[in-house]
Each structure stands twice: as structure tokens, then as C-alpha cells.
Design a protein around this ligand. Structure first.
Ligand code: FAD
Length: 518
């Protein structure tokens, strides 16, 4: 039991590799909670019905985990309270500081690139440039529209919205401190903790003060720096490198591991790195930042690289390596909620060790992904409302929204081999596809990792156009325990990018039609 902030997860958005599947059809179960938990929930529900509680479910935090959990609990007939610490944070990190602002900025850079290369497609645009203030205004408008959307969804589901900092004061009680110093106490049959995560700056000498950015600074930037050093080649680091490089910043990315996106399949990760290098981004792999000094010209970072020390001068250092779960001052000790190095510990029903208290999303320190937080929110809400729901981590897509995009689901080739599978792999590049040529996006490939005997699809890894959408064929395949034979016999539309998925599945069995014979 501890309430202090646990150590930061490793670099990148992903804090833990996906759980490994067992053999076909095996259940993927964490240990179940003590049997008294079910009894407690039943008693809590009966008490709530009898009016003993202010709410059936009280959710702390309104990110993609919290607001989705609140809506699901309300759909199931619960009286729900959702507490958010700031009126400007409805929708959480994802909506206000993460997924949405970055994707809005990325879309501007993609359009810029498309306009600059339009002549290739016979489209004449005249002089092309950008207005950073307008890029950021548009981003802000999208964020505030969606923030309003979350609030109206909660309202339409009759979720009681409370603004203030929530703190557990017992197993069923929460105190909310308003910014004006007011305090309110609530009693709830079930509590769902969805307080998310916050950026971490590693303890490197000199890595503090002006010019040292986290992702929060990057999405609220008022100007485009000339030079930037990015620490960490996880999804966050790569997406910002893509954005600022696209806007003309000279970007150098430092990654301590020997490849970008260390938890992704190394083939697709390498392919993305090569593509981003061609766009002008520099990479220093197997390297770390030893110290940072201030010079008249700006910042000077001394890197430890395999070739020795190197000094990189830059205006800005963007730290994209690591986030910590928000567990401090939450009263976890008062309620007896256990925390480990990664965050609040939960089982597959999203229950903590304390009956009636659940935790979801980044605060649990699993995969730091919005869609996972939402799914965990649904599971927690259903359990809190007396249903039986469990998490299945086998088919969680992990997208990176650079251009080209990268998205993976399931096991990498290395993980599949280490798990002991007899692995067979199929690959198909986007280059020869008619659709890729037509849209002038030919970079990348689809890789399918399969088990040889039954052909069960274990992993799908895509780098290329619309990878974040195409990956869902892989998500469905893994979730449904499909085989390559099943995928091979599914008719794919022509001309489409999904033909690369079809051809990669055919390639697993050496039957790709549009691949020259060796
Ligand atoms: C730059 C960046 C880009 C990202 N891009 C993507 C992406 O493209 N796709 C993706 O899937 N994920 C992305 N992520 C990750 C994603 O944002 C998180 O995984 C997601 O927001 C986690 O949701 P959550 O509900 O757990 O917590 P959060 O979104 O962090 O929400 C937690 C909420 O709880 C509130 N809160 C905290 N403490 C209290 C308290 N004591 N009382 C009341 N309220 C409290 C906070 O104010 C916050 O609103 C990105 C993250 C970053 C930083």
C-alpha cells in the first residue's frame, strides 16, 4: 500500500507489452478477486437502491476512461456522479492535451505536404506555406467543440457532473475540493478511479527550465522552433518529430533502445524510421542524453552514443519519454487501495484489491492508450452495475499517427517466437498496389505473424497509408481467433489498401498473387 507517485514507466506511450495469448481457445484470466467482492457489490447495490448512497457509481476523472465509464453505468440504470478537477479538462488528457490536439496538428502538416507535392498529381497550387497561429486556432476549436460534446453526452445521460479535486476518504466516500475552497462529500456504492497520467522529466542534469518542453508545451506552442531535440522515440516523440519537422524544425530524436518504438515489431518500426529519416528527421539510437547546458545560442545537449559523446545544440528539448500515473493525494491509503510501480493494481474485471473500488486507464499503467482506457471503463462500469465483464488484452491496436502511419496488434514476430510458437510470417508491400499508386502513397508494408500448424493469426503489423484504420482487420482476426486461411478466403475490394492485408495473408502460405516468384 502506498500513495506516493510510483516510478515512471519506460520511454514511449506504451508502458507494458500486450499480454501474450496462450494456445488457441485458452482463457486469459488474471486471478479473480476475493469472493467477498461479489457479495460487497450486491450489498452496495441494494443499499444504493434503498437510498443509502448518493450514487451507484462515482467516477473520478473524465478522460476517455472516466467519461465512457460514467455513460455506460448510466446506460445500465445507475445514478452516476463524474468528478473532474478542472472545468477545462472534461475529456481528459486525450481530448485536451493528447490524441486530439496532436492529430489536428498532424492533419495540418499532412495537408501542407500534400499541397507541396500536388504538382506530381497534376494539381497546381501556387505558393504553399503555413500560418502556425491558424493551425493552433483550428486545433483549439476542435478541442473545445469535443470538450463541449463530452459534457453534453454526460448531461444527456443524466450523469451528475462535479468540478473539483476528488479524494477518497474511505471505501465508499469521496471528498471533492472546489477551486473556491469549498468541500463536498459523496457516498457511493462503487467508485471508479480514472485519474490518468502526467508527463515525467527524467533526472538528467540541466534538463529543466526554459526551452524544456513536455507534450503539454508542444500542443500549446506559440511558435515553431528552428531546432529541437526529442527524447524518446515512442509514439509521442515520433508524432511531434513528424509535426515539427514538417513545419521546418530541424529535429533530432534520441532513443536509448536500438530501434524506434521499442515495443513494436522491429520490421515495421525500422521501416517507419527509414521513412522519417528520408523526410529529414535525424535519429540517434542506443543513445541517451547525459546532460544539458545553456549557451548563448540556446541549449546544448551532450549525448552518449555508440560512437562516443556528441553535442547537439537546439532551441527546444521535447521530453516524450515516460508518464507517471496520477495517484498522489488521492487518498488511496485511506481506502486501502494497492499501488505498484506502474500504477493502481487491478484484475481483469478492473477491480482493485478493495471491493467496490475500480481503476481504469493510464492510472493502472498498462498500455497508455485512450481506446484501451475507454474499454476498461466499460468493463468497470458493467461490473459495478452487477454485470460480469472481463478485459481481453490480446487485440489492442497501437497506432502511431505519423505519415506513413504505423499500427500494430497482437504479438510481434520476436514475441511470438519467444512465447514458443512455430512462427510463419507473411509480408506484402504497398508499393505495387494500384490504390497506393493512385493516391501516391506507396511506402510501407503489411506483416502478418502466424502460427504454422493451425494458421492462427498472432500479430498484424502495418506501416503505410491509413495503417490506423487498416489495423482493424487484424484486430477482428485476433479477437475472433481467425486463421490465415480464413483471411485469405475473404474477398477484399479492388482497388483498396486492404489488398495488402489480403496479399500478406496469402504470403504466409507462399501464395501471394502479386509478388514475383523467388
Ligand atoms: C501527446 C499525446 C498524444 C497521445 N495520442 C494518443 C493517440 O493518438 N491515441 C491514443 O490512444 N492515446 C493517445 N495518447 C494517450 C491518451 O491520451 C491516454 O492514454 C488517455 O488520455 C488515458 O485516459 P484516462 O481516462 O486514463 O486518463 P486522462 O485522459 O489522463 O484523464 C484523467 C482525468 O482525470 C482528471 N483528474 C485527475 N486527478 C483528479 C482528481 N483527484 N479529481 C478529479 N479529477 C481528476 C484529470 O484532470 C483528467 O481530466 C496520447 C497522449 C499524449 C500525452
Amino acid at each position: 500500500m502506498a500513495t506516493q507517485e510510483p516510478a515512471a514507466p519506460p520511454a514511449g506511450r506504451v508502458a507494458e507489452p500486450p499480454a501474450r495469448p496462450g494456445v488457441r481457445g485458452r482463457a486469459h484470466a488474471d486471478p479473480l478477486p476475493p469472493t467477498s467482492a461479489g457479495l460487497h457489490e450486491e450489498v452496495a447495490r441494494i443499499m444504493a437502491k434503498a437510498g443509502e448512497h448518493d450514487a451507484d457509481v462515482l467516477v473520478i476523472g473524465s478522460g476517455p476512461g472516466g467519461y465512457v465509464a460514467a455513460i455506460r453505468a448510466a446506460q445500465l440504470g445507475g445514478r452516476v456522479i463524474c468528478v473532474e478537477r478542472s472545468p477545462k479538462e472534461w475529456g481528459g488528457v486525450c481530448l485536451n492535451w493528447g490524441c486530439i490536439p496532436t492529430k489536428a496538428m498532424i492533419a495540418s502538416v499532412e495537408r501542407l505536404h500534400a499541397a507541396r507535392t500536388a504538382a506530381k498529381l497534376g494539381v497546381l497550387t501556387g505558393e504553399v506555406g503555413y500560418d502556425f497561429a491558424r493551425i493552433m486556432e483550428r486545433k483549439e476549436k476542435i478541442v473545445s467543440t469535443l470538450r463541449g460534446g463530452v459534457q453534453s453526452l454526460l448531461k444527456s445521460n443524466h450523469v451528475r457532473m462535479i468540478v473539483g479535486r476528488a479524494r477518497l476518504t474511505g471505501r465508499n466516500t469521496v471528498e471533492v475540493a472546489g477551486e473556491d475552497g469549498s468541500r463536498q462529500s459523496f457516498n457511493a456504492a462503487n467508485i471508479i478511479i480514472a485519474t490518468g497520467s502526467a508527463p515525467v522529466i527524467p533526472p538528467v542534469p540541466g534538463l529543466e527550465g526554459e526551452g524544456i518542453w513536455t507534450s503539454d508545451n508542444a500542443v500549446t506552442a506559440t511558435s515553431v522552433p528552428e531546432t529541437m531535440l526529442l527524447i524518446g522515440a515512442g509514439a509521442v516523440g515520433l508524432e511531434f518529430a513528424y509535426v515539427f519537422n514538417g513545419l521546418g524544425t530541424r529535429c533530432t530524436v534520441v532513443e536509448m533502445m536500438d530501434e524506434v518504438l521499442p515495443l513494436a515489431d522491429s520490421d515495421v518500426a525500422a521501416e517507419l524510421r527509414k521513412s522519417l529519416s528520408r523526410q529529414g528527421i535525424e535519429f540517434r539510437l542506443s543513445s541517451t542524453v547525459a546532460r544539458v547546458e545553456r549557451r548563448e545560442s540556446g541549449l546544448a545537449a551532450t549525448l552518449t552514443t555508440p560512437k562516443g559523446e556528441e553535442v547537439v545544440e537546439c532551441q527546444v528539448i521535447l521530453v516524450g519519454a515516460g508518464r507517471r500515473p496520477v495517484t498522489a493525494d488521492l487518498g488511496l491509503e485511506a481506502a486501502g487501495v494497492e499501488v505498484d510501480r506502474r500504477g493502481i493494481t487491478v484484475n481483469e474485471r478492473m477491480q482493485t484489491n478493495v471491493p467496490g473500488i475500480y481503476a481504469i486507464g493510464d492510472v493502472t499503467g498498462k498500455l497508455l492508450l485512450a481506446h484501451l482506457a475507454s474499454h476498461q471503463g466499460i468493463v468497470a462500469a458493467e461490473n459495478a452495475m452487477g454485470h460480469e465483464a472481463r478485459m481481453d488484452y490480446r487485440a489492442v491496436p497501437s497506432p502511431v499517427f505519423t505519415e506513413p502511419e504505423l499500427s500494430t496488434v497482437g504479438l510481434s514476430e520476436k514475441e511470438a517466437r519467444e512465447t514458443g510458437y512455430d512462427v510463419v510470417v507473411g509480408r506484402f508491400p504497398f508499393r505495387p498496389l494500384g490504390k497506393s499508386m493512385a493516391i501516391d502513397q506507396q511506402e510501407g508494408l503489411v506483416k502478418i505473424v502466424s502460427e504454422r500448424k493451425y494458421g492462427e493469426i498472432l500479430g498484424v503489423h502495418i506501416v503505410g497509408p491509413h495503417a490506423s484504420d487498416l489495423i482493424h482487420e487484424g484486430v477482428a482476426a485476433i479477437k475472433l481467433e481467425a486463421t490465415v486461411e480464413e483471411l485469405m478466403t475473404m474477398i477484399h475490394a479492388h482497388p483498396s489498401l486492404a489488398e495488402a492485408v489480403l496479399e500478406a495473408s496469402l504470403d504466409v502460405r507462399g501464395q501471394a498473387i502479386h509478388k514475383p516468384r523467388a
